[in-house]
Design a protein. Structure first.
Length: 133
């Protein structure tokens, strides 16, 4: 068996597991958010529940990106990690400048979701084209 086959298998299994863990964590926080907001921040912040409901769903993408980004640390692929992070940093600044002006804190949450989605696709592309080929 070839090491690339093992690497591909680990890549896909890890992506599924990390995303599933993220969805599980998000679901848990989504249903128990009032308890955590009250516990850590008090009654004054209970009105932030609608923002919390949006932000909590970026967790699966965050977990997935951690998994996908690790593969760019293999061999001589670190430069691609730099390129992906540079790209999403520029996009993040742009999205935040535009979306925060129109949507406030929700704009920042939407920006985070979009940037993590773009990062997942960019890592997926880099991994498929360079690391796993």
């Amino acid at each position: 068996k070839n090491n690339k086959d093992d690497l591909r298998l680990f890549y896909f299994k890890g992506a599924v597991v990390s995303t599933a863990l993220g969805v599980g964590m998000s679901g848990f926080l989504f249903f128990f958010f009032l308890f955590f907001i009250y516990l850590f921040y008090g009654e004054k912040y209970l009105l932030a529940d609608s923002l919390f409901k949006v932000v909590v769903w970026v967790i699966p993408l965050f977990y997935l990106n951690i998994h996908l980004g690790v593969f760019t640390l293999l061999g001589d692929f670190q430069k691609y990690k730099f390129y992906v992070l540079l790209l999403v940093t520029i996009i993040s600044v742009f999205f935040n400048m535009v979306l925060i002006e129109y949507f406030g804190a929700f704009g920042s949450a939407y920006s985070l979701f979009l940037v993590l989605l773009i990062m997942a696709f960019a890592y997926g592309y880099v991994n498929k084209k360079y690391v796993l080929s």
